[in-house]
Ligand binder design. Structure first.
Ligand code: HEM
Length: 484
């Protein structure tokens, strides 16, 4: 009697099944990519899948999208990426607002979930808009951003900037020494946000540890693995993945240390600090959940504000006549006028270099029929699509902003309604930035403090770069005291 080899038969069947499945997937990809487009379908980006994925996560992504709008002659286009529902880009602010304000649109959780493994748990940034835990967390943290809390936090920021002026700027002022604002200003903002919102006195070593580990973790987990999911599957043989995981633990341990220091602090603030809210109002959250919320708030807050400050200083140093005019107005006795002038400079800096240049991504839950003014036709973006809404394309739209590439603060003296509506650095709708009043207060107080005492000369411009945020890198500024 011949023995029947059940194990071999089973593995043969499994192998056949896998092959069949692969063939089906390949067939589906070929079919969807070659289907003739509908009349109102968005134009497709004419490059291959791998190149599209690589360019989407590359540091040139914002400029690539500006070029695509030009070369395709369309404000709405589809990336050649076989994502479920397709991946689209909407460039104009009018249409971006429609998506952001639509109550059925949501964050595409499958694209954001890599951040959960970085901070250790689902958190505000990566939850669905309808998730009761998101609603609860957002409702609670609102108290940390009341006007009295903003005033308190801004006073701490002012103290930190004065310390930086005394310890750093004063020492190099009127010498040949130079500094890189994209290195210095995020440090100051990190220290001030961690102290004001988390009652923790961060050291320069904390900053180094936090930023270097975050950088490594995000590059691997949110970027390389997004382009190549096999990296996650075969992580056991990829040292860069092990390193990234170690970095995640280091950051999570930093958040644990901050929470522990708060618990052991005998002089806790009576104010509604973010850490107090997380510890008391969200006290039913697990430890892992609490530290994830803390980490995400630090990440969301310090580099966006720090790099906006740095970008503004570089733009002013590149336009010395604008800096002189602003300084003259800051030294005048009319605070209303000088405030308006500084507001215009900050707005224009955020317009021309939006730190969140790639903006928001939304999963749309209905068809959007939009009129594309650039190609002059109706375009349908279908239900189920993931839609990129880059700020750089709305902020640099020539149909709204003349000489859109140029830094011209005066354009905000009498802005049109269209200009105001096209300016969306903090996004709009239900997922708009909860920290924007803190950010605005800090931008204002830091810049008015340093620009009324110092002027900055551009020694080396460096270059604009994008990785999570848009900022100048390798810039060198020289600082001089303003003559009274
Ligand atoms: C100039 C500074 C800032 C800019 C340009 C900025 C920009 C943004 C943008 C565009 C979003 C929406 C992202 C999306 O739609 O996916 C956002 C969300 C968020 N921001 Fe900010 N932000 C800044 C400062 C801050 C600060 C200081 C904090 C808090 C300390 C903060 C906390 C958050 C949080 C928690 C979210 C997630 C909200 C949600 O998902 O519902 N941001 N920010």
């Amino acid at each position: 009697m011949v023995d029947f080899d059940y194990a071999a038969a089973l593995s043969d069947n499994i192998a056949t099944l896998i092959l069949l499945l692969l063939a089906l997937v390949a067939g589906w990809v070929v079919f969807t990519l070659n289907k003739p487009p509908a009349k109102d379908a968005p134009v497709k980006v004419p490059i291959g899948i791998i190149e599209s994925m690589n360019r989407l996560v590359a540091s040139e992504a914002p400029w690539w999208h500006l070029q695509l709008r030009e070369s395709l002659g369309s404000s709405i286009f589809q990336h050649n990426i076989p994502a479920p529902g397709g991946m689209y880009v909407i460039c104009s602010a009018k249409d971006q607002r429609e998506v952001l304000l639509d109550t059925t649109s949501d964050k595409p959780l499958h694209l954001y979930s890599s951040f959960d493994s970085i901070v250790g748990h689902k958190h505000i940034f990566t939850r669905s808009t309808t998730d009761p835990l998101l609603k609860e967390a957002k409702k609670s943290i609102v108290h940390a951003f009341s006007s009295s809390e903003i005033k308190r936090m801004n006073a701490i920021c002012t103290k930190c900037i004065k310390e930086w002026e005394a310890d750093f700027l004063e020492k190099i002022a009127d010498t040949d020494a130079t500094f890189d604002p994209s290195i210095e200003l995020p440090k100051v903002v990190f220290k001030s946000i961690v102290e004001a919102a988390f009652e923790y006195e961060a050291t320069p070593e904390d900053f180094e540890l936090f930023t270097s580990n975050f950088d490594i973790a995000v590059r691997e987990i949110a970027f390389r693995q997004a382009v190549n999911p096999l990296r996650k599957l075969f992580s056991f043989m990829i040292p860069k993945v092990w390193e990234a995981r170690k970095c995640c633990s280091v950051m999570q341990n930093f958040a644990k240390k901050v929470l522990e220091a708060y618990r052991n602090n005998p002089n806790k603030s009576e104010c509604n600090t973010l850490i107090k809210i997380v510890e008391t109002k969200l006290n039913h959250f697990s430890e892992q959940h609490k530290t994830a919320e803390l980490l995400s708030l630090i990440v969301a807050g310090f580099d966006s504000t720090g790099y906006t400050l740095a970008n503004t200083l570089v733009l002013l140093a590149k336009h010395p006549e604008e800096m002189k005019r602003l300084q003259q107005s800051l030294l005048q006795d009319d605070p209303a006028q000088s405030n308006d002038h500084l507001k215009r400079v900050i707005t224009e800096s955020q317009r021309v270099i939006p730190v969140g240049a790639m903006g928001s991504v939304r999963l749309i839950n209905r068809d959007f029929i939009l009129f594309d003014e650039l190609s002059n036709r109706k375009v349908k973006v279908p239900k189920g699509a993931a839609v990129f809404l880059p700020q750089i394309t709305s902020h640099r739209d020539e149909m709204v902003f003349k000489d859109a590439e140029q830094f011209k603060p005066d354009r905000w003296e009498n802005p049109t309604k269209e200009m105001v509506q096209s300016f969306i650095p903090f996004a709009v709708g239900k997922r708009t930035c909860p920290g924007q009043s803190l950010a605005n207060a800090e931008l204002f107080s830091v810049l008015s403090s340093i620009l009324s005492k110092y002027e900055f000369e551009l020694v080396a411009e460096g270059k604009l770069d994008f990785f999570m945020t848009m900022k100048y890198v390798d810039t060198k500024l020289r600082v001089k005291r303003v003559k009274a």
